[in-house]
Design a protein around this ligand. Sequence first.
Ligand code: FO1
Length: 325
Amino acid sequence: LEHQVTPEIVVMGGGLGAARLGLGLQRLGMLERSLIAANVADDHEFYGLCVAPDFDTIVYSLAGLIDDERGWGLRGDTSCTMDALAAMGQSPWFHLGDRDLATHMLRTEWLQEGVPGSVVAGRLCEAHELPPVIVPVSEDRIRTRVRIEDGQEVDFQTFHVRLRGQPGVVGVRYEGIDRARPLPRVVAAIEEARLVVLAPSSPVASVIPILEVAGVRNAVANRAHPTVAVTPLVVAAPPDRHAEARARTRSRLLSGIGVEPTPHGVAALYADLLDAFVVDELDAAAEVHQLPRGVEAVVASTISRSAEEAAVLLDKVFSSMRVQL
Ligand code: FO1
């Protein structure tokens, strides 16, 4: 299962944002030469099962199995288990499809046997006929905790799914992050890769809890080769119905840490790490001149709805950064 070659491209992020770039890399035939470091801070225990939404979303997407409409879970999955729980008086607010449950059962069983998280990740990639290039950033437990306006602190899935991202956010912390160690393979890849891309994922939910793992931010900051972020939001293209809930959670969390939920707000948040920031072409006129000093603007279509579109976006980033592969 060990991945031998030093990755040339590193993608860091959450589920959908990283998955989109992963689909582009796959399309370009570059997935094997890449490493996708997935956030673990929105992992969740549900009825005793370990669920890793960001990792699973990337794997299911690259395996062609994702439910595209919802952006999570397996396309065509059934809900017998959730229905049975409801019939027994439970109100399961976090929906786990019947086939999706198999992934969580296996992950939980392996982790309980003491199999390291990185090995579990490799086995799950292999089970989906993917190269073992999708890894959790850390094997240690990290959990995003969201303090909402009434003073309560809730876990990320409670905030995003149960409360629909509706309460105002007054603070965010990442439980366990001080003790978490990154996978050595992730840090080595960041140091060596020709290009590091911060995926168009929720900055507070998915990108910061990767960067804040000991050694990761430093490794990114000290790179000899370029680092780029792709905007997770496009002001001029309001999210569709399915993206709306994600957009609300993303904006609430950004506001909760005092960052303006705009492309230049996000660029400023990452500014010390970036050589370039990809702004969507629809926002270029309004946003490019607001980017932080020293961060080059790359203008591209960022709303990659297909692998082809994601490949075009990546090609644009490679040529702007003069990355030849
Ligand atoms: N998102 C929802 O809005 N409702 C759900 O019931 C839900 C279940 C779920 C199960 C497995 C999984 O991998 C993801 C799931 N998601 C669900 C998505 C998840 O809450 C978030 O999109 C990510 O954690 C954000 O990074």
